[in-house]
Design a protein around this ligand. Structure first.
Ligand code: RRO
Length: 306
């Protein structure tokens, strides 16, 4: 047994603790990823990158909501060719696994971007099949089990690194999509991306975001994400990474008990600060001690067994 009670494994990745930076919160620079690793994250996930550069939507792209944020950034990214150098640089400065989030407008494109990310040094990939509002990618791929399976299969055939699939809550049955990804060979599943939402300015009587609709994240979605993790981990084999509104160590423990093998933190970094990783890891350690447990792995899925 490892002497570090927080150490764990996920889809073949060795993690010093079960926390990771969620995709999309910070920019693309190796320095910002390093800052998050330095603040205690066990792994980092980059913003999503595609085959060609995209400028994203005009401002405003983020609005504060009750207990969270609504964003519609529109997948701004430099494209994988320009980003490959930053992945290489990040690998030289990071002491934790680097997971590159990728997207495409077809299964073939996902595979091509994934291959280039791995060639640049990615330790694993997270397929963004759940962006809630960009046409012909994201959730338009991830809400159709046939298209999702084809995408995961093509990526798996193209790379020899773990493939994590980030799922959308904006579907009737997330377990069906989780199963489709698992059947296609997904090594792990992240639940969830943001929940489709809107905010309206009562003075101008117009939607606030330039894209009108966006994705809600933060504490407002925590219990939706938690239910998704519970449902998926009950029925589907690959490990689940919980993501959605995790702000405190108690939130993190709740997700682990619900069946998450690891957790991602996003909006809490924007609403609080990166020190949230250290606070959460300390809280999980104290919880394990209080419960007289030696490893965080012992509490994963405990709510299904009690
Ligand atoms: O870029 C975005 O607007 C965005 C993405 Br790719 C995503 O996956 N989830 C989200 O809430 N926003």
């Amino acid at each position: 047994m490892s002497s570090n009670p927080l150490s764990t494994r996920l889809a073949g990745l060795k993690l010093k603790n079960p926390t990771a930076l969620a995709s999309g919160i910070l920019g693309y620079s190796a320095e910002s990823l390093q800052r998050i690793a330095g603040a205690g994250a066990g792994a980092v996930v980059t913003k999503s990158v595609g085959l060609t550069p995209r400028v994203g939507y005009p401002n405003p792209t983020v609005v504060q909501a009750s207990s969270g944020l609504i964003n519609a950034m529109g997948l701004p990214n430099p494209g994988i060719e320009a980003y490959a150098g930053e992945i290489r640089h990040a690998k030289t400065v990071l002491a934790v696994p680097l997971i590159v989030s990728v997207y495409g407008f077809s299964a073939e494109e996902y595979a091509e971007v994934a291959k280039a990310a791995v060639a640049a040094g990615a330790d694993a990939l997270e397929l963004n099949v759940s962006c809630p509002h960009v046409k012909e990618t994201g959730s338009e791929i991830g809400q159709n089990p046939v298209v999702l399976k084809d995408t995961v299969r093509k990526v798996k055939a193209a790379v020899r690194k773990p493939v994590i699939v980030k799922l959308s809550p904006n579907v009737t049955d997330i377990v069906q999509l989780a199963q489709a990804a698992a059947n296609a060979g997904a090594d792990a599943l992240t639940a969830i991306n943001s929940v489709r939402a809107i905010a309206i300015d009562i003075e101008t009587a117009q939607p606030i975001l330039s894209n009108k609709r966006g994705g809600l994240s933060g504490p407002a979605v925590k219990h939706i994400a938690l239910r998704c993790v519970y449902d998926i981990s009950e029925k589907v084999k690959p490990p689940v990474i919980g993501c959605g509104g995790i702000t405190t160590w108690q939130d993190a423990v709740e997700f682990l008990l619900a069946g998450a093998s690891a957790i991602q933190i996003g909006t809490a970094i924007a609403l609080k600060d990166p020190e949230v990783f250290t606070t959460i890891n300390r809280g999980i350690t104290a919880y394990l001690k209080k419960k007289k447990l030696r490893s965080v792995k012992e509490i994963v899925g405990q709510a299904h067994r009690n």
